[in-house]
Design a protein around this ligand. Structure first.
Ligand SMILES: [Cu+2]
Length: 236
């Protein structure tokens, strides 16, 4: 799952639980929407229904292949299906995972990615209903991979972004001690972070780069930043 795991979000989710329970079994999908099964194999991506209603949509993804897979829902952007609406990763062979999306009217592509690489096996779906605005639907616009080791944060050397972009920063710890990635806006305020990641593990966070200017990033653990785990990038 690649959702921002901030404490306020967790807190809100916990607070909402009793409310959800109180609604009982009347309508678990809330604002309409659909439930759709996706069966992924090493060579196919079967979507049970390809004509859906707008609203909160719940996909159930089952991996019947031999390779670990991931599944994305892409919206259209400038004539191509590149805008990531939602995704679920690391679906092992023989396992089933849920994937939720708020879908507005329009067309989308579902991609199953056996081996978790490439454009994937794509299936077009049509959603009937009111169009949602593009920003509200995007889980994020792009993914950027950063590798941490002693004492360097590699991968942001040539990175630039446009103001307003939502970037998923993935921090892969290739080092031997914990590292993290903190990101500060042009005013010096922290705009997001990937919290401490164990050696060999990966963490991620979606950060909105709202303001143009020079951003700084660093590992906030110990004296790692002073030893070289820091840098800057520009948002235009
Ligand atoms: Cu560090």
């Amino acid at each position: 799952m690649r959702t921002p795991r901030t404490l306020p979000v967790l807190g809100a989710a916990l607070l909402a639980l009793p409310l959800l329970a109180a609604c009982g079994s009347k309508d678990s999908t809330g604002s309409g929407g659909d439930r759709v099964a996706i069966t992924a194999t090493d060579t196919a991506c079967e979507v049970a229904r390809t004509e859906l209603k707008a609203g909160e949509t719940s996909f159930t993804v089952t991996n019947k292949g031999d390779r670990t897979t991931e599944v994305y829902v892409y919206g259209e952007h400038d004539g191509a299906y590149t805008r990531i609406v939602t995704e679920v990763e690391n679906i092992g062979p023989g396992t089933t995972r849920r994937m939720e999306a708020e879908l507005g009217g329009g067309t989308y592509e579902i991609a199953c990615k056996p081996g978790q690489a490439g454009d994937g096996i794509r299936r077009r779906i049509t959603v009937e209903g009111a169009e949602a605005d593009e920003g509200a639907q995007a889980a994020y616009d792009r993914e950027v991979e950063v590798e941490a080791r002693e004492h360097e944060l590699a991968g942001l050397g040539g990175f630039t972004a446009e103001a307003g972009e939502k970037i998923e920063f993935t921090l892969e710890n290739a080092g031997t001690t914990e590292h993290e990635l903190e990101i500060f806006g042009p005013d010096g305020e922290e705009v997001g972070e990937v919290g401490p990641v164990e050696p060999g593990a990966t963490g991620e966070a979606v950060v909105t780069l709202a303001e143009p200017g020079t951003y700084t990033y660093k590992c906030g653990i110990g004296a790692h930043a002073d030893k070289g785990m820091k840098g800057t990038f520009t948002v235009g």
